[in-house]
Each structure stands twice: as structure tokens, then as C-alpha cells.
Design a binder for this molecule. Structure first.
Ligand SMILES: [Mg+2]
Length: 164
């Protein structure tokens, strides 16, 4: 059960406290794509998201995208943002996270994972020994399977308790 708890929870990527990450000696960030930086059914990357990544690079963080989405879609975001990416990742399995760790070239203690799902991003990140950061999903209109997972998520981690 502990592996399902994120180390930090924010409403969106934009409210994540970057200074806290630095104080925790985080040097690399693995970022989920669908419903974390864009709605799962969308391809348009907002200026805010572009600037958010730009700022992270400016602050010296190494970045990698990792998504369970199809490789072709993931490559699109990789090219647009000019950040390495791994698609068809089968999170929470470790394989893709290990690959991301290799790309970042860092020790696991220096890496944080940001994502919107407990059973893929948080569980996978915790299994790897990364810092895990949960954000709210951008689009609530999801597949029925995801909706069922959201219901189960509520049982293990009540986001509502942390909302303002
Ligand atoms: Mg996601």
C-alpha cells in the first residue's frame, strides 16, 4: 500500500514547487504525457507547457518523457518539446523506467517522476525508488477502464483531502 502513496501531490504541473525539488537534490525528472501535460485525446501543447519545460531546462534539470501511449504519439511530443521519450512503456513495470534512468544518466535518488495516475506513475516510480509526484488529470472524460481505476485510486489516495 505504501508504494501507492506519492511523495508529493499538486493540482497541476504548474504548481509543483521547483525549489523543493532542488532542495531534495533532484536532478532529473521523468514526466508522463497523457493527462499530465496534455489531455489524453489532444495533441496541442500549450505555451504554458512549453514554457514550463523550458524553465526546467534552464534550471538545469535533465528530462525524459515516458508514456504508456503509442510510440508514434509519444515521438510527436518528443520532437515538439525536444526531450527524449519512451513510448508503450507498460508502466508500472520497471523496464521503461530503467531505460529512462539510463537516458538521464543519474542515480535513482536524484530522479522524480511526475504523473496523473497512481497505478502507473506513482506505483512505478516508487518501485524504482524515485521521488513520486502526483498531479490531477487534465481531462476527466476518460475511457471506462481508466474511470474504474480512478474509483480504486480514490480508495488508496484521497486527492480531495489535499485540495484547497
Ligand atoms: Mg497519464
Amino acid at each position: 500500500m505504501q508504494k501507492l502513496n506519492p511523495d508529493a501531490y499538486y493540482k497541476s504541473i504548474f504548481t509543483i514547487n521547483i525549489e523543493n525539488l532542488k532542495e531534495s537534490d533532484i536532478k532529473g525528472i521523468i514526466v508522463d504525457i497523457d493527462n499530465t501535460i496534455v489531455p489524453w485525446n489532444d495533441k496541442k501543447i500549450s505555451d504554458e507547457v512549453f514554457n514550463w519545460f523550458k524553465n526546467l531546462i534552464k534550471e538545469g534539470f535533465r528530462l525524459c518523457l515516458i508514456s504508456n501511449g503509442m510510440t508514434k504519439r509519444v515521438e510527436y511530443f518528443s520532437n515538439q518539446l525536444d526531450i527524449p521519450a519512451i513510448g508503450t512503456a507498460v508502466k508500472p513495470r520497471k523496464k521503461a523506467f530503467r531505460k529512462a534512468l539510463k537516458i538521464l544518466g543519474l542515480k535513482k535518488e536524484k530522479v522524480a517522476v511526475i504523473g496523473d495516475q497512481i497505478f502507473t506513475d506513482v506505483l512505478g516510480g516508487n518501485r524504482m525508488g524515485f521521488m513520486t509526484i502526483l498531479v490531477d488529470p487534465l481531462n476527466k472524460d476518460e475511457f471506462i477502464t481508466t474511470k474504474i481505476m480512478r474509483f480504486i485510486e480514490k480508495i488508496v489516495f484521497n486527492r480531495g483531502m489535499y485540495h484547497d
